[in-house]
Design a binder for this molecule. Structure first.
Ligand code: PEP
Ligand code: MN
Length: 300
């Protein structure tokens, strides 16, 4: 009896030590983003649209919301040719403080108008923690831009809200760091996260960035979160967007995000990489033709 009590006390002591160690490290065994923690694909619900779980979602729209004509015209074409989600930046992370910085709240209003017109859910970027509540009032999905992917205080706050997050990989972020950044959001209790490969900075200067398509394979293996590719910011040139959109579908991405503009020559931001409506239509036709084939590849 005395022996049994002693053993019980020892077991309790070991358990208490283990609990203390876990609490001290604040780290679960397997990352919440990992397939070990959750083997099956996460499906993210963007309004009525599902992202992940086998489909291919096309997100399209201008780099930034500029004015009512530009936003509504672009939104109409995006919807007509088959985009599932509409994009547009109201808060723009620009390299130069003298470049167009976005319309802010007025831009959010125009996005809401475009959603009413087309029925498409909207994704738009938040740059500052103090704007989260406002952006969340309008957006169906909140974007974290490449430059903010390791803004940990922003990520923690986004973990606390109940809106899907569209998270861009940083220019110099490794896959491990990218997953770790997404972990901040899941650890806060928000498991609706879409990852986006948008090109990384390499020695190559022929394109704006270098599209790391192998990251899609690695991410799809390591995490259950949907993985989307943004070929527009990766290459910076509209001529290369369509072939890389095809490649994204072929490699197994859950979708793409592309920039399109009614009149790219007049765009206030990223006109060179924005597709015209006609180019967007041609891209969509090719992607639709490939979708049936892809079902066979993904099943293997
Ligand atoms: C964007 O999508 O509007 C954008 C600024 O992209 P990134 O953060 O990838 O540069
Ligand atoms: Mn852009």
């Amino acid at each position: 009896m005395a022996l049994a009590s002693k053993m019980e006390i020892e077991v309790e002591a070991v358990e208490a030590m283990a609990a203390g160690a876990v609490a001290h490290k604040l780290k679960p065994q397997a990352l919440l983003v990992s397939r070990e923690a959750k083997p099956q694909d996460t499906v993210v619900h963007a309004g009525p649209v599902s992202v992940g779980g086998g489909g291919f979602t096309v997100i399209a729209g201008p780099c930034s919301v500029e004015n009512p004509e530009q936003m509504l015209c672009t939104a109409r074409w995006a919807q007509r040719y088959g985009a599932a989600i509409l994009r547009g930046g109201a808060y723009k992370p620009r390299t130069s403080p003298y470049s167009f910085q976005g319309l802010g709240r007025e831009g959010l209003e125009l996005l809401a108008q475009a959603r009413r017109l087309t029925g498409l859910p909207i994704v738009t970027e938040v740059m500052d923690s103090s704007d989260i509540d406002l952006v969340a009032e309008y957006a169906d999905v909140i974007q974290v831009g490449a430059r903010n992917v390791q803004n940990f205080s922003l990520l923690r706050k986004l973990g606390e809200i109940r809106k899907p997050i569209f998270m861009k990989r940083g220019l110099m972020t490794t896959i491990k760091e990218f997953l770790s950044a997404a972990e901040y959001i899941l650890a806060g209790g928000n498991d609706q996260v879409i990852l986006c490969e948008r090109g990384i900075r390499t020695f190559e200067t022929a394109t704006r960035n270098t599209l790391d398509l192998s990251a899609v394979c690695v991410l799809k293996e390591k995490t259950h979160l949907p993985v989307v590719v943004d070929p527009s910011h990766a290459v910076g040139n509209r001529r290369y967007v369509k072939p890389l959109a095809r490649a994204s579908l072929a490699v197994g991405a859950d979708g793409i995000m592309v920039e399109m503009h009614c009149d790219p020559e007049k765009a206030l931001c990223d006109g060179d990489q924005s597709l015209t409506p006609a180019e967007f239509k041609a891209m969509m036709e090719e992607l639709n033709a490939m979708t049936a084939l892809r079902r066979g590849w993904l099943a293997c």
